[in-house]
Design a protein around this ligand. Sequence first.
Ligand code: NDP
Ligand code: VSD
Length: 325
Amino acid sequence: MSVPAWASVLIALGAVAVVALSADHLYNRITRNPFKPAKKHCFITGGSTGLGKSLAMELIKKGANVTIVARRQSELDKAAREIETCKINEDQRVVTISADMTSKEDVVRALEEAKVKMGVVPEIVCTCAGASYPKNFCDYTLDDFEYLTKLNYLGQAYVAHQATIMMRDNNVKNGKIVFVSSMLGLLSFAGYATYSPTKFAVRGLADTLRNELKRYNIDVHIFFPGNIDSPGYVVENSTKPDVTKTIEGLSPAMDPKDCAKALLSGLYSGHYMITTEFIGELLRCATRGVNPSNNYFIDSLLALIAQPVGSIYALFMDFVAKRAK
Ligand SMILES: NC(=O)C1=CN([C@@H]2O[C@H](COP(=O)(O)OP(=O)(O)OC[C@H]3O[C@@H](n4cnc5c(N)ncnc54)[C@H](OP(=O)(O)O)[C@@H]3O)[C@@H](O)[C@H]2O)C=CC1
Ligand SMILES: CCCCCCCCCCCCCCCC(=O)[C@@H](N)CO
């Protein structure tokens, strides 16, 4: 009995898919160290509210020890009490450090303090501290550009730099640095002139270090979440222009806990670029460049879909922006 031509084509395509998927899986496994947070010292900036706090809670549930860093000690203490309730072992530790990530001295001190208080240097570093104050371009002051560059970009760059030196000098076996960008590090539109560039900059740094830190066996990851229902989100919505709200309508605010879980799931899978939702996946695949794919076969398919979707969205964005007051 001969197989019809269409069936042979299907079988051939299926075979290619299976080979591509398994090669990709193998590639992810071989090129990154497995993510095993249990007993590790996780250092989280912006760990007192929103994404950072939820991430600390999820990591504690996995058996990690956690240091959370932020400016306000009162919020740190409140968060620490909440995080403590997620412990799975009595001996797990939660350390708080009050420090300002826009200050070089504070960043250096925070890492030193974390090492002393926890008794071991940070092995997993997540730079969540960040903020956004969306406005129309002409309504910003020049200082607004400087502040968000300091907090959202330099704040992550300083921490990554000091943590890398610490990991190198203390022979950390397989360290991890997780940068926090945003979907706005993959696309941008009206309202985000002071914010989006800082999140693109974080990607530039993460892409550099993903490659460069291989020599120290430090894995680098970058997270691109959509809107998160956090205290910061409430603040940003108070100044967000209507045009911005209309354009980003496609990204409903996610619960910080689900967002943290999405990040962990990406880390467990060994993905470099991690997103939270389908739109994020489309944007990731459309802008991946020469970064590793998460799944070569599916990513290529999504990249293909993203082209027409992106062009149509650009028409919509420009239509809305042109009519904005
Ligand atoms: N919320 C959203 O919609 C989205 C957020 N993101 C990004 O995710 C990250 C977390 O956001 P979100 O959950 O909203 O955060 P929140 O605004 O809820 O929390 C911010 C955290 O950072 C700390 N922080 C703020 N400024 C500084 C500073 N100068 N030095 C040290 N710590 C600081 C805050 O504490 P304290 O004020 O006491 O210092 C707090 O712990 C940010 O990088 C943000 O850009 C990405 C996509 C969407
Ligand atoms: C491939 C083509 C797909 C096109 C679809 C584009 C959809 C746009 C959704 C944008 C969502 C923006 C989230 C902002 C999160 C953030 O970082 C802020 N909350 C911080 O202020």
